[in-house]
Design a protein around this ligand. Structure first.
Ligand code: BV8
Ligand code: ZN
Length: 231
């Protein structure tokens, strides 16, 4: 069986990383228009870098939770039976990888990477980014993160994997950011079964055939057992 899983900030919420639109969500304390756009970075790189430096420090102290481990386990067990889990995340944390998941597709980039706008070099970066220079061309580095108005990464691979899936599952996402929020409609158009696992109904909940509500650390391990048990 080929399963396409899309995760959002809700899967990392119980690991202590902020979500975006919940009551205490990041975007309720910071205005994304001010921080997560190329214009914001151009206008005030120090402020944008400080925002990501704070999140990078938070991530260094965070641990994967049971939902991350269950998805890594699902990927291993599907591969053993000739199936595949395509794990696409909107998150820029590395908790899926730290839980053992492979080939994670970070469509919105990665917090522990930096990019040089000058020569497009992408480097691992776990510390503060403010004032950092590119080793190749000396240009100022930016977070390797996809901001609003920028093109998400690996879209061709994502749409190919969607076409080949038998099941599309969205976990811990509000369904409010495109093109990720549109994946469920693509899946339905391709006649693929869809399932939403979330704390509460997302903006596009009605598009899903099956919906399971609760915290990811409980819901995802239970769902993995169901989907592998063939129930
Ligand atoms: C693009 C990286 C063109 C930065 C992010 C009108 C219509 C359609 C599109 C647009 C439009 N107007 C503007 C657009 C485009 C725009 C967009 O969608 N804007 C929105 C606001 C309308 N999109 C873009 O600009 C994208 N680029 O469109 O390029 C294109 C299109 C197609 C093909 C090629 C080119 C780029 C968007 C990327 C922006 N970058 N992140 C950073 O992280 O700082 S987006 C940001 O929101 C986050 O990264 C996150 O990934 C994303 C989505 O948020 P969620 O992950 O869903 O998080 P949220 O807090 O919203 O929800 C959490 C959910 O978890 C909640 O439902 C909650 O109930 C649940 N939850 C909480 N706790 C738990 C839980 N669930 C389970 N257990 C728990 N414990
Ligand atoms: Zn460079």
């Amino acid at each position: 069986m080929n399963i396409f899983v899309l995760t959002g900030a809700g899967v990392s919420a119980e690991s202590g990383l902020g979500t975006f639109r919940d009551t205490s969500g990041l975007w309720t304390r910071f205005d994304p228009a001010k921080l997560a756009t190329p214009e914001a970075f151009k206008r005030d790189p120090a402020q944008v870098n400080a925002f990501y430096d704070a999140r990078r420090a938070n991530l260094r102290g965070a641990q994967p939770n049971a939902a991350h481990f269950a998805l890594a386990d699902l990927q291993r067990r599907l591969a053993e039976t000739g199936g595949r889990l395509f794990l696409c995340t909107q998150n820029i944390d590395d908790l899926h990888e730290r839980a053992g998941a492979q080939h994670v597709v970070h469509m919105h980039g990665e917090l522990f990477k930096a990019r040089c706008p000058g020569c497009e070099a992408v480097v691992d970066w776990r510390d503060d980014l403010s004032g950092a220079r590119c080793a190749d061309c000396g240009g100022g580095l930016r977070p390797h993160v996809v901001w609003f108005g920028e093109t998400p990464l690996e879209m061709d691979a994502i749409y190919d994997a969607l076409e080949e899936a038998d099941l599309f599952v969205a976990i811990g996402t509000s369904g409010s950011v495109y093109p990720a929020a549109g994946f469920v409609s693509e899946a339905r158009r391709a006649g693929i079964r869809t399932c939403e696992i979330n704390l509460d109904p997302s903006d596009n909940a009605r598009a899903f055939d099956e919906r399971r509500y609760g915290v990811a650390s409980e819901m995802v391990p239970a769902w993995v057992e169901d989907v592998l048990g063939g129930r």
